[in-house]
Design a protein around this ligand. Structure first.
Ligand code: GLN
Ligand code: ZN
Length: 767
């Protein structure tokens, strides 16, 4: 009997994004409810069978979701906010979708309009969950049969699954308070009885294991939270004595919570070896009794093939101390964050494909490691040999270490990451050169990517539109947009980004060291999936990437044209990144490539260059104490990209979120001459932050919320500007929307920009 194997969660979107298509089809009325349910059943069955075939013993259930597992959990615990409920606590499928999309809810007493629950990123991933809203007197009650139905469904296939839930303490931590803040832990005593009911019901149905995810254990916890988690698991373990409970946390070390974890009265605990390998020793020393350690040996959220030699070393070390009966092999986290299968990747260069493992292949690795760890002559085993061959092939591949790139990075000196003069000196030179009015008006870069733009791009990609026809079309769109901006009275123009599909993919396709999968989709939220590029080798620029369109547009006008680039941090964070060198090195390589583009733009006479960094704040570590190290390299990479230029060249950056009070110090350190930010949705709350921290450079707090279809009035925007002026001052204030306009329609963009320029003019008159 070899080592026990498990999985913590599996992608539910299907091999060809069947779930997305079914859910969106249901929304638009193209498919019926029974058809949607049938698709879901098929997907779950395929997933369970696949996991079984891969050799996994503890296979999860309740990891399926029509939209989001947190939303399912809210419905299960009967704590959906009242506005979505008709009678009682139960949410039906349409109510469920109303919670994510907003919309009409039809009840006996009429129709009511509800807005959606808020969404936020799941821990440090790019997956978004729906945030539970809890009231101080919140009630809970078992209000769904989903986990039981799915358990039975798998049982009918002969698979005794391990149902998966978010644990109660993390659930409370990740929830938000409805109205005024209150002590969410006070709700625990009402919440636990529902978990007890769930466990008891699962036990009745024949479950042996239940997985409870407590990611809070990788965050900073206060003493009350630590006590709460001990009490929670005492209660749960006592009320379901015949069930084996497994507590899982991932994406960071346990740190100061480790003594608590070692004492939790549960059957098994999980360790993410990719984020906390250094804690293995303490688990082996400290895990007492007959408790089991789940070893997260296979990285669950990146795409690289596991190095069997390294993993076997860890497994043997653990087995020597605990014995094989007290170990379970596992991916490091749920595979929700990995693409489903390499099978469809026929277009990847073959060498690169052999370096990768997606969800399906990762499960194969877990099973192979279980077997190899107890194989006498493991190093003669074909599976081991083939794995090591691929690992060595990747390690020694010329593309993974390009001499010129390495040498150039070595030559980088601190002064390469600094502008030549301090901001105040640059500002004067830029004023002289650009001669902009007060409150200069600009946009964030993209203009509407209409149906037509996307259609033409698709035709061109399929070869059904010639290069010159496509070019002519783009030229026409660009010229139209330049003329429009002139007519509207904008001060710094953009070319409109019509040639770009996505702000990262566009650059990835042009840079060396990137590859693109054909089907490597990962759920981002609900029915939305993304297909991140793969950074597999050293990154450098083959040649100019944006020069032609920027110059084409700039020649069409006398106004200053802004060159538009995506920054190194955002390119890195929205990609699958190589794991064989520090992230900072990869970021700096990308930074040098962007720097080359910046220099080319400057040399060609482009006076203003914007380097977008919307992802700067994303994916920061779960513990604040670790943010500094991460933000330090992020800021350095940005500065390396931006700092080659002369003082009179104006560098802009853009970030699309408003809650960056905590990282303002780092944003200031980026030393961009101008930063544009999302602000209108928060009604400029961010200005409070700016009044406490004197941000030294120029700022354009967005005054038009482009995420809403509403067209803002000039007076409204002028009012926002006046408020901003009190904090930022008139000399440093820019006028712009809060993000790119690519998702908006021309019918909205034209009047809104007209009003925006009118608002700028109102303020100019006041000075
Ligand atoms: N320049 C990009 C655009 O305008 C910025 C997009 C973003 O902030 N996400 O679309
Ligand atoms: Zn934005």
């Amino acid at each position: 009997m070899s080592l026990l194997t498990q999985n913590l969660g599996f992608p539910r979107i299907g091999r060809n994004r069947e779930l997305k298509k079914a859910v969106e089809g249901y929304w638009s009325g193209r498919i019926t409810r029974p058809e949607l349910l049938a698709t879901a059943t098929t997907l779950r069955r395929e997933n369970w069978r696949l996991q079984k075939a891969a050799g996994i013993q503890l296979i999860p259930s309740n990891d399926f979701s029509f939209y989001d597992q947190m939303l399912d959990h809210i419905c299960l615990l009967g704590c959906a906010p009242d506005r979505y409920l008709e009678k009682g606590r139960v949410v039906n499928l349409d109510g469920y979708f109303a919670m994510v999309r907003g919309g009409e809810i039809v009840t006996d007493s009429g129709t009511r309009h509800v807005h959606a629950l808020e969404m936020t990123k799941w821990l440090d991933t790019n997956y978004h969950f729906l945030v539970p809203e809890l009231a101080p007197d919140q009630d809970f009650g078992l209000a769904s049969t989903k986990p039981f139905d799915e358990f039975r469904e798998a049982l009918s296939l002969g698979i005794v699954t391990k149902p998966v839930f978010l644990g109660p303490v993390s659930f409370l931590r990740l929830a938000k308070c409805q109205g005024e803040p209150f002590d969410k832990l006070s709700l625990l005593k009402r919440l636990l009885p529902v978990y007890v009911l769930i466990l008891q019901e699962l036990h009745k149905l024949g479950a042996k294991w239940v997985q409870l995810d407590e990611p809070i254990l990788a965050m900073d916890m206060d003493i009350r939270e630590k006590e709460a988690i001990m009490e929670t698991y005492q209660t749960l373990a006592e009320s379901a004595p015949d069930l084996s409970l497994m507590v899982c946390s991932y994406f960071g070390p346990y740190g100061a919570n480790l003594p608590t974890v070692l004492k939790l009265p549960v059957k098994a605990v999980h360790l993410d070896l990719f984020r906390a390998e250094e804690e293995l020793g303490r688990f082996l020393e400290g895990l007492a009794g007959n408790r089991i350690l789940s070893l997260g040996v296979v990285e669950g959220r990146n795409i690289w093939k596991n190095d069997f030699s390294h993993s076997l070393g860890l497994i043997w070390k653990a087995a020597e101390k605990l014995g094989t009966k007290r170990l379970i092999l596992s991916p490091s986290c749920s595979l929700l964050h990995a693409p489903l299968s390499l099978e469809a990747e026929t277009a990847l260069p073959d060498g690169i494909k052999s370096w990768l493992a997606f969800a399906e292949e990762k499960l194969g690795e877990v099973a192979a490691l279980a077997r190899l760890s107890e194989t006498e002559n493991f190093d003669a085993d074909p599976e081991y040999l083939s794995n090591q061959k691929d690992i060595h092939h990747r390690r020694n591949h010329p593309g993974t270490a390009v001499k010129e790139v390495r040498e150039r990075l070595d030559r980088v000196r601190p002064e390469n990451g600094e502008r030549k003069s301090p901001f105040l000196e640059r500002q004067i030179l830029q004023w002289k050169k650009l001669r902009l009015p007060l409150y200069p008006a600009t946009t964030i870069g993209s203009f509407p990517q209409t149906e037509e733009v996307r259609k033409m791009r698709a035709l061109w990609k399929k070869g059904r539109l010639s290069e010159s026809e496509y070019r002519a079309f783009l030229e026409e769109e660009t010229i139209k947009t330049v003329r429009l901006q002139e007519e509207l009275g904008l001060d710094v123009l953009v070319h409109g980004e019509f040639e770009r599909n996505d702000m990262v993919e566009f650059f990835g396709e042009k840079l060396k060291g990137f590859a693109f999968t054909s089907n490597g989709w990962v759920q981002s939220y609900g029915s939305r999936c993304v297909k991140p590029p793969v950074i597999h080798g050293d990154v450098y620029r083959g040649g100019p990437m944006t020069l032609d369109w920027t110059l084409f547009a700039s020649r069409a006008t006398d106004k200053p044209m802004k060159g538009m680039l995506t920054g190194p941090v955002t390119i890195l964070k929205w990609s699958f990144v190589r794991d064989d060198q520090p992230l900072a090195d990869t970021a700096n390589q990308i930074a040098l490539a962007i720097r080359d583009e910046v220099m080319d733009l400057e040399a060609a006479g482009v006076p203003v260059i914007q380097i977008d960094e919307p992802a700067l704040r994303e994916a920061l570590p779960l513990r604040k104490s670790e943010w500094k190290a991460c933000l330090d390299w992020e800021v350095s990479a940005f500065k390396l990209a931006a700092s080659g230029v002369r003082d009179e060249t104006q560098i802009h950056t853009h970030m699309c979120y408003c809650d960056f009070g905590e990282i303002l110090e780092y944003i200031a350190r980026m030393d961009a001459d101008v930063i544009s930010l999302e602000a209108s949705r928060s009604r400029m709350e961010l200005l409070e932050v700016f009044s406490e921290f004197r941000y030294p450079n120029e700022i354009g707090p967005g005054i038009w919320d482009i995420h809403s279809p509403q067209i803002p009035e000039a007076g409204e925007m002028a009012e926002l500007l006046r408020r901003a002026r009190t904090v930022i001052g008139s000399r440093n204030l820019w006028v712009n929307p809060d993000c790119g306009l690519k998702t908006r329609r021309w019918e909205e963009v034209i009047p809104a920009l007209k009003n925006m320029v009118a608002a700028a003019r109102m303020l100019r008159k006041e000075d």
